[in-house]
Design a protein around this ligand. Sequence first.
Ligand code: ATP
Length: 368
Amino acid sequence: MSWVNIADLSVAFGELPVLSRVGLAIPRGDIVAVLGPSGCGKTTLLRAIAGLVPIADGEVRVGDRLLSGGKVRVAPERRGIGWVPQDAALFPHLTVAENIAFGLRGPAWRSPEARAARVTELAGLVGLADHVKRTPAQLSGGQAQRVALARALAPRPDLVLLDEPFSALDPMLRVPLRREVADVLRDQRSTALLVTHDQQEALSLADHVAVMMGGRVLQWGTPAEVYRRPATPWVARFVGDTVELDGVWSADAGGRSVDTVLGRVPAELVGEAPASGSRVRVVFRPEWLRIEPEGVGVAATVTELSFVGHEGLVTLELTGGAIVRSRALALELPRPGQVVSVTVRHPALVYAHAGLGAAAPMPQPSQP
Ligand SMILES: Nc1ncnc2c1ncn2[C@@H]1O[C@H](COP(=O)(O)OP(=O)(O)OP(=O)(O)O)[C@@H](O)[C@H]1O
């Protein structure tokens, strides 16, 4: 049984529907990244879970408590939910220790010793044990974000919501800090929902990723599943680099291969099955195409190299003009202008092309 259950959640601002029947079932202790482009409804989803915006329909449950649904709308401060905003939003007149202690209310935290011990524990956990007497004005952006995290976690919430918590920070700071934040969340066994539009952040940090577009969840899966088998070509593009080709789906091929300018290649169908002979969209990750010496596979000429230290992205023009890209280790990179071959090292993903009808004959690749 999942710990956080969001079912058919819909939110509208006036006439504008912003979330449409969002469903998520989150295991306890999971870190979930909600990934999507600007305006897709990520922050609204967090605010609806926190009880900060009214919902039009659906349910939000955490543990065995119904927080929103039907006539129920538990007040935000009674939800047992911690919130880490984009800009820390610390109380400027309180010290770091007082900021962390702010949420320690209720019977469990009546004893000053228990409060002080929890503040010391959290300050230590976020690496600010020596800064507890400072005020927010005396902290860097990264330190302020760590205090905001400590403040949210202090009362041991049932769920922590983080709204783009690293986006205001310098990129140099962002990468180590997000690792530290994930470590702290795991140390506290927190269940967390983190909003981001940064795919690297989502893939590197989370146990599960929910990819959103236009107020809907398009895909839910582990980072590896979402990268390896994106639900649609749009998701494929959104979470990483793609090589996209037209293909022809043939029932003769037994549903395990597709005809493309790279020849008949191994294929994995995603979603609904296309009619035999229909055009399909064929998607590869660039590292699924391998560059080999001339004469081994489909002939291609290197037209561009984009080099990023240990690896590079190679643009190749096939005979016939189609363009593909391959990611290769720096040591294996060819030279611009070099004639090479392209082979396929991983099945292509195949998506039915709605409404494209029967295909024209596929141009044949030039094979050795
Ligand atoms: N209080 C509001 N009243 C009216 N419309 C709103 C309100 N809050 C958000 N919206 C609209 O709802 C849509 C979703 O906004 P939301 O902030 O949830 O998106 P987001 O995915 O978090 O975007 P970003 O990544 O840019 O923060 C947008 O079209 C936005 O303009």
